[in-house]
Design a protein around this ligand. Structure first.
Ligand code: ATP
Ligand code: MG
Length: 379
C-alpha cells in the first residue's frame, strides 16, 4: 500500500503560483510531486521532483503525464478533462473528480447546477448565438459571461443597454442579472473521501475595478454572524452535493438586502485563501492535501487579523521584475512576502502577494495600505 508521505506520486496539472504554494506544503509531508505546465519558466519548475513541459489542453500530453502518477490534482481548471476521465477509469486517483472539473469549466452548467440544487444565484439565461442574445428580452442592465475559458474577469461583459450589444461576445455565453452588491465574499470548503467537510471562515474581497482582480482581502470579516453562517452553510451544501474530494472556493455576492447569491466555483486553491498560510491554523494548501489524501481535515480557525494584498505588475512596465520598496516593507513586523518566481513582469500580472498579520485590526489595515503604496513591481 502506497503512502502519501512515501512512495505515492502526486501529479499537479499547472505549474503556477497555486501549484508552487501547494508544493511548499507538500514538502512538509514528504510528498513526491510531478508538475505539468506549458511554460518552461513556470513558477513550479525548480521546486518539484519532476517538471514536464507540455500542453494542459492536449489529450495525449495529459494522459501520458497522468499515467506516470498515482494521484492527479489541478491548480487550474483549464485542463483536458477527457484525459482525466480516462485516467480515472484506469485507476488513477483524480481529485477533484473529472466530472466536477467538467461542470466547473462551463459556467452555463455551473449555473444550471445551482438552479437544480436550490443554491441561490442571480437569475440567468443561456445564450447560444448573437441573434438569441438580441432577442432575449432580458431586462437591462445585465452581465454577459462566456461559458468557457473566462478568467480574471476576461470573459465578463456588462450590457448596460441595447447599444452595448454590438460589442457583446458572439461565443456561447450566459447572461445574468447585474447584482448591486454590498460585498463580494468567499468561503473555501474542503471535503475528503470519508465525507468529512470543513469550511474556512468567510472572507471579504476588495476588487481593483480597473482590472477586476482581487486587490485586498481581510480576515476575519466584520459582517454579521448570520452572514458568515449562511455563507458557510451554502459552501458546505455545495461540497456535499458535489461530493467533491479536495478544496472548493465558493465566490459569492452579498446583495443590498442581505441576501447571498453564489457567483462561481473554483475546485482548487484560490486567491481568496492565501491569507490562510499565516492567518489560520491550517492553510488552504495543507487542507487540500489532507482532503485528497483522505486524512483528517485541519482546524481552519483564524489565528489573527490577516490581510492579503496582491502584488501586481505596475502599469507601464514590462520586462525582468524589480521589487521596489521590498526592504522598506520587510522592516514592519508581521509582514510576510510571497513572491511567485516569475522572472518577467507585465501590467497587472500577479507577481506575488503579501500577508499582513496584526493583533490590532486597525494597525493591520494601516500596514496593508503602506505595503500597497510602497511595494511596486517595475522593470
Ligand atoms: N451578476 C453580476 N453582477 C455584478 N457583478 C458581477 C456579476 N458577475 C460578475 N461580476 C463581477 O465580475 C467579476 C468577475 O466575474 P466572475 O468571477 O464570474 O469571472 P471570472 O473571469 O471567472 O473571474 P475570476 O477568475 O477573477 O474569478 C466578479 O468578481 C464581480 O466583481
Ligand atoms: Mg470570479
Amino acid at each position: 500500500m502506497k503512502t502519501f508521505y512515501g512512495d505515492l506520486k502526486l501529479g499537479i496539472l499547472g505549474g503556477g503560483q497555486l501549484g508552487r504554494m501547494l508544493i511548499q506544503q507538500a514538502i512538509n509531508y514528504n510528498v513526491t510531486v510531478k508538475v505539468l505546465d506549458p511554460d518552461r519558466e513556470a513558477p513550479c519548475k525548480k521546486l518539484c521532483d519532476e517538471f514536464v513541459v507540455g500542453s494542459l489542453s492536449d489529450y495525449e500530453t495529459v494522459y501520458n503525464f497522468g499515467k506516470k502518477v498515482d494521484m492527479l490534482t489541478i491548480e487550474i481548471e483549464k485542463v483536458n478533462v477527457e484525459a482525466m476521465e480516462q485516467l480515472e477509469k484506469e485507476g488513477v486517483l483524480v481529485y477533484p473528480q473529472s466530472r466536477i472539473i467538467r461542470l466547473i469549466q462551463d459556467k452555463g452548467l455551473q449555473k444550471q447546477f445551482f438552479k437544480e440544487n436550490g443554491i441561490p444565484t442571480a437569475d440567468f439565461k443561456i445564450i447560444s448565438s448573437p441573434e438569441e442574445l438580441k432577442e432575449s428580452n432580458f431586462p437591462f442592465p445585465y452581465i454577459q459571461k462566456l461559458r468557457r475559458d473566462g478568467y480574471d474577469g476576461r470573459g465578463v461583459y456588462k450590457v448596460v443597454n441595447e447599444s452595448y450589444l454590438d460589442k457583446a461576445f458572439i461565443e456561447p455565453s450566459l447572461i445574468e442579472r447585474l447584482i448591486d452588491f454590498e460585498k463580494e465574499i468567499a468561503v473555501i470548503v474542503a471535503r475528503n473521501e470519508n465525507g468529512e467537510v470543513k469550511t474556512f471562515p468567510m472572507v471579504e474581497m476588495e476588487f481593483n475595478p480597473e482590472v477586476n482582480l482581487v486587490e485586498f482581502l481581510i480576515q476575519p470579516s466584520t459582517l454579521p454572524f448570520e452572514v458568515h453562517q449562511e455563507a458557510e452553510n451554502i459552501a458546505k451544501k455545495i461540497a456535499e452535493t458535489l461530493k467533491i474530494v479536495g478544496i472548493l472556493a465558493v465566490e459569492m455576492f452579498l446583495d443590498k438586502n442581505g441576501k447571498i447569491l453564489v457567483n462561481e466555483l473554483a475546485p482548487r486553491p484560490h486567491n481568496s485563501g492565501h491569507q490562510s498560510i499565516e492567518g489560520n491554523v491550517v492553510s488552504q494548501f495543507e487542507q487540500h492535501l489532507r482532503a485528497i489524501f483522505n486524512q483528517p481535515l485541519g482546524d481552519t480557525a483564524c489565528l489573527n487579523n490577516a490581510i492579503m494584498v496582491n502584488v501586481l505588475g505596475e502599469a507601464g512596465y514590462e520586462g525582468p521584475a524589480i521589487y521596489k520598496g521590498i526592504e522598506k516593507i520587510l522592516k514592519c513586523a508581521g509582514v510576510y512576502v510571497h513572491l511567485y518566481g516569475k522572472a518577467l513582469t507585465k501590467p497587472f500580472r500577479k507577481m506575488g502577494h503579501v500577508t499582513i498579520v496584526d493583533a490590532d485590526r486597525e494597525k493591520a489595515i494601516e500596514k496593508a495600505k503602506y505595503v500597497q503604496k510602497t511595494l511596486k513591481v517595475i522593470s
